[in-house]
Design a protein around this ligand. Structure first.
Ligand code: 5AD
Length: 460
């Protein structure tokens, strides 16, 4: 899963006035927000530029989950400042979580920025641009970081979906987060949970199916907390989506372990193979005492019990996770608990990070016992273990045939194509295949990170 990627808009050639360029950092939600921003701009008559040079509008859609991500924004702004000198009409905007977190402060640190928008007010982009074009100089008028519902209710016909050519589309179902994990900035940047209505989501899914989309991925910071005004939850949504003709794969991310209910697990099992046999279930730590300090709402045993329940109901399901090492109260023994949990669960994928204190979070005030060198050593040890596990899990796939949704040319070797299995495994392969369709691949080799093979079937 491409959770932490820098996906600058590729492609088209700048055509002078009225071109835009968006740079995106962070999670799938941010990638999808950029698709909404692009749709809004194209509705206003902007054309996508091939890159930042020569663009008339540049938006940085930012991530503030860790300090490094946040600081990158300011160094990128410093770089883009030069373009303002050559093009005085260039409009430069900061969107996303750094916009929300920093607000007007951005104008102080980077006075050449023209507008700032929080992730829940993407729909106010046209109004803010109008203000900038009218020469309004009051910074408070050029920042909109109110938590609103309208970014969820964005007209989906206007979303310019990046992944569409690859046969897949993101669909937001819930925004914000009501949890209060002590390390996490998301409740501050994305606000409280707001859900869409089930019927509205299904209309969007049907319109995607009409446009030959085969895979939908439902998005939310806590996607399994989804509940609409009629009381429909994720179980109802999965069941209803599985009945939509044309949709072949349904994913959802990210689930909170505390809300992984038996009813949801049953609905996943009952909806059949259209709901992919993959679940991203961030554990964060394998130590119950650290989980308590993180305020995760479950302990090691409860998490392991959920994993057992999921595997019992959906045999063969693959699991992914997120882990933070070096949380302020993490002892070496706590860290060993995390390693032992990983050996016990054997995740198919794992995103791991060293702890990074974030402004306004509860853990910012904790006494940090773990120095940076130790944090990094723990991360290396954990990643080496995970690599071994992934190698072992991938090896038996050699010789098997897998169904792959074709995404496009492989990044490392453009003579091959790349795609994903239902379990989200990356497969690079030889042979011709249509992008955005599902095809059969015979797996010939495997590494910790991907499978490789050749096409054997026709696209379906
Ligand atoms: N430091 C390090 N990692 C963090 N994450 C969230 N907040 C922090 C932080 N302060 C990680 C968690 C989360 C993922 C998206 O980012 O593992 O699941």
């Amino acid at each position: 899963m491409d959770r932490f990627i820098d996906k600058s808009a590729p492609g088209a050639i700048a055509t002078g006035k009225g071109t835009y360029h968006i740079e995106t950092w962070g999670c799938q939600m941010n990638v999808h927000d950029s698709e909404k921003l692009a749709g809004s701009l194209e509705r206003q008559g902007y054309i996508r530029a091939g890159g930042p040079d020569g663009a008339d509008l540049i938006l940085l859609n930012t991530c503030s989950i860790r300090e490094k991500a946040s600081e990158k924004v300011f160094s990128e702004l410093g770089r883009l400042r030069k373009l303002k000198r050559t093009n005085p009409n260039l409009i430069l905007g900061v969107c996303g979580c750094v916009g929300q977190q920093e607000g007007e402060e951005i104008f102080r640190r980077a006075p050449y920025v023209d507008l700032v928008i929080g992730p829940r007010s993407t729909a106010s982009l046209p109004a803010l641009m109008e203000r900038v074009r009218n020469g309004e100089t009051d910074v408070t008028l050029r920042v909109d970081t109110e938590y609103r519902r309208d970014s969820i209710d964005f007209p989906y016909e206007d979303i310019r979906r990046e992944g569409q050519a690859g046969g897949k589309a993101f669909v937001t179902i819930i925004e914000g987060c009501n949890h209060r994990c002590t390390f996490c900035i998301v409740p501050r940047t994305r606000g409280k949970e707001v859900c869409r209505e089930l019927d509205d989501i299904l209309n969007e899914v049907r319109s995607l199916a009409d446009r030959r989309i085969l895979e939908v991925e439902f998005l939310g910071q806590t996607v399994n907390a989804f509940r609409d005004s009629a009381g429909n939850g994720l179980p109802e949504l999965l069941t209803a989506t599985a009945a939509v003709d044309g949709i072949r794969r349904i994913r959802f991310t990210t689930s909170h372990p505390a809300q992984m209910t038996p009813r949801l697990i049953d609905a996943m099992a009952a909806a059949g193979p259209k709901v992919v046999p993959f679940l991203h279930l961030p554990v964060q730590s394998g130590s119950s005492s650290v989980l308590k300090d993180m305020r995760r709402g479950y302990d090691r045993e409860t998490y392991l019990a959920k994993v057992a329940a999921v595997r019992d109901r959906i045999p063969g399901i693959c699991l992914g996770t997120d882990i933070i090492v070096g949380f302020p109260t993490e002892s070496d023994a706590d860290f060993r608990e995390t390693l032992s949990l990983m050996s016990a669960v054997r995740f198919h994928s794992c995103y791991s990070f060293t702890y990074s204190p974030r402004p306004g979070t509860a853990s910012e005030a904790f006494h940090d016992r773990v120095d940076l060198g130790e944090k990094q050593a723990r991360l290396r040890e954990l990643q080496a273990l995970q690599k071994d596990i992934q190698e072992q899990l991938h090896a038996p796939w050699v010789g098997r045939t897998v169904e792959v949704l074709v995404e496009g040319p492989s990044k490392n070797d453009p003579s091959r194509l790349t795609g994903r299995t239902p379990e989200s495994r990356i497969v690079n392969f030889t042979g011709r295949a249509e992008i955005g369709r599902i095809t059969s691949i015979l797996v010939e080799s495997a590494s910790a990170y991907a499978l490789a093979g050749r096409k054997i079937g026709d696209e379906a």
